[in-house]
Design a protein around this ligand. Structure first.
Ligand code: A8S
Length: 194
């Protein structure tokens, strides 16, 4: 393995790519949110579209070039995706991933939650997610920022591509907030019996 340097995805933006940053405020402590975000081998802990995930070889937490094979639930324009860990920084709370393969075919994507139908191939996708502590209503909370860069596929506009990916990430961040806030509440009051 040769030298490997990692740059923020938005640094290398090309003409046929689109990028955006999404922000979410979560009413749960940063360590709890980070413990969910950093689990590269278990994205299904909070990502609603992931059905299962297998890490090839042994996952050394924090080791770059770890690969995961993610299976997504039916109804999406893909069945699986191969993703590489690009960056895992437990001090700065930053996780970077890159999609390096899969079968993200040109298919119809129907999201019943937001009722959009789009046609897209996800290609050359990199994302970076950062979590920072913040106070929300005087309590420890977390600011989550996720940025991505992806190619605009032939026949699609930048706006449509951005819209599709932002919709996916918004679902992930909404679910991350729900899961973390539930865990934070259980941590404060003890697990519920239901
Ligand atoms: C993430 C972000 C994305 C995931 C996409 C954009 C994906 O897992 C889904 C549908 C697709 O069409 C592509 O952080 C792919 O998970 C939900 C399978 C890659």
């Amino acid at each position: 393995e040769g030298q490997y340097t990692w740059r923020h995805p938005t640094c290398e933006l090309q003409g046929n790519q689109c990028t955006s940053t999404l922000v979410k405020h979560i009413k749960a402590p940063v360590d709890l949110v980070w413990s969910l975000v950093r689990s590269f081998d278990q994205p299904q802990r909070y990502k609603p579209f992931v059905s299962r995930c297998i890490v090839q070889g042994d996952l050394k937490i924090g080791s770059l070039r770890s690969l995961r094979e993610v299976n997504v639930k039916s109804g999406l324009p893909a069945t699986m995706s191969t993703e590489r860990l690009e960056l895992l920084d437990d001090e700065k709370h930053i996780l970077g991933i890159k999609i390096i393969g899969g079968d993200h075919r040109l298919k119809c994507f129907i999201n019943v939650q937001i009722l959009v139908v789009l046609f897209l191939i996800v290609q050359n996708y990199s994302s970076i997610i950062m979590v920072h502590p913040e106070l929300i209503d005087g309590r420890p909370g977390t600011l989550v920022m996720e940025s991505f860069v992806v190619d605009v596929p032939d026949g699609n506009t930048k706006d449509d591509t951005c819209y599709f990916v932002k919709a996916l990430i918004n679902c992930n961040l909404k679910s991350l907030a729900e899961v973390s806030e539930r865990m934070a509440l259980q941590g404060r009051t003890g697990p519920t019996n239901r």
